[in-house]
Design a protein around this ligand. Sequence first.
Ligand code: GTP
Ligand code: MG
Length: 483
Amino acid sequence: MGTLTDITEEIRLTGRALGEFGRHLFNPTVRLGVTGLSGAGKTVFITALVHQLLHGGRLPVFEALASGRIARARLEPQPDDGVPRFDYETHLRALTEERRWPESTSRISELRLVIDYQSARGKNRTLTLDIVDYPGEWLLDLPLLSMSYAQWSASTLKLSQSGPRAMLAAPWHRHLATLSPTAPEDEQAAVQAARLFTEYLQACRNDRYAMRMLPPGRFLMPGDLAGSPALTFAPLELSGAGHAPPGSLGAMMQRRYEAYKDVVVRPFYREHFARLDRQIVLVDALAAFNAGPAAVKDLEGALAAILGSFRTGRATFTSTLFRPRIDRILFAATKADHLHHTSHDRLERFLARMTERAIERAKFSGAAVDVVALAAVRATKEATAARGRDKLPVITGTPLAGEALGEDRFDGEAEVASFPGDLPEDPAVLFDGFKGLAATRETDYRFLRFRPPPPEPGRTGTPTLPHIRLDRALQFLLGDRLA
Ligand SMILES: Nc1nc2c(ncn2[C@@H]2O[C@H](COP(=O)(O)OP(=O)(O)OP(=O)(O)O)[C@@H](O)[C@H]2O)c(=O)[nH]1
Ligand SMILES: [Mg+2]
């Protein structure tokens, strides 16, 4: 912080906060950030949350609804005219009618839900909930805002030399060795470097390695900007090269890196992130358990980098006025339906351990924090299977077509019982000391992907989606605003 753009940025944010504060006095609004890396479960979570609220699903821990104080919830036109609407209807149809998961998200979208309720004192009130969905890759761009090109190059290179990444980065590293930052700028060299660097990022993302720390996000999800100069750069070996002179390859890369931040990252931060008042941070730990300890450490690093860019603190009159802040954060381990319930506490402890520092910081600034293991949509059931004389807790569900376990390949129709592995009592074991796909075929955990469940008939005739602890999440995120 401190440069002229940052100061102008602060003033701009403050100005808007003032305007929104005035409107919110008369029309209480919660802007909920559903945050998470790609594949964490944001789109599914939003769809399930909206569905449960619109149709009054089974949510015993969500007090306002369980006690009958919510009269009704309805969708209304969203506040931002320039942002596409979250396609709730299509996502819901995919889940309930076709029993398939929504597609991975490629652009930002927004939805507004208005809740008519009776306050605990019996007054009729409304609460407006604005929710934004976006591609998870973009999240990794936020830490770039506080990094120069030289810092980003150095840290990206260092990371690419460790663990399974070193092997995946080899073709890019070979090309990099032929480049000199002080050589004259060269478009073809930049194009080639950006292409090889992007291929390295894509290889890291493969299920087998499940790496998550992969900025810049648009390299993996370019949208309209594919091929533009702002996306045609890559790290360079700068150590000892001194300052890159004007007209050099180094200067060109640096300029484009800064353009990326201006064109892509700052607008996303300003238009979306800086306006949130509550956050749920979704984390898919199971993909990392499948891949191995290197993926767990990588996920931890990615989360630490992202959570560093949150502004937290209790919302007071002045803080809302001068700086929007997040006053509640829920860390949620998603897809808990892949584990037997006896492991849910352990999954929560693991996530708490993983986000330890962010939790400390948020609490210190006065924000309320909680950790939960949930499934927005519960795709499995629990059962016990006999193995010899032992009874083994298993989960049953329909694996997605193409999923495989050992020699078995699933067709997307057959239901199976599987034992994915119990999580250990001590979360430390999950950071080191277990076997994953990246290193061996004999892995300690194997979480299959299941199809969404067949819908259950609901009270009102609308089918309901089973879930795990979605009500606890709602109570924490909205309970006090519906009191
Ligand atoms: N069993 C189960 N699987 C889930 C659940 N939520 C998400 N998934 C799985 O996780 C995948 C990704 O979920 P999404 O909601 O699309 O993830 P996202 O965070 O929106 O990902 P991006 O759009 O790529 O950023 C889905 O296709 C499902 O396979 C859940 O509650 N239970
Ligand atoms: Mg999505």
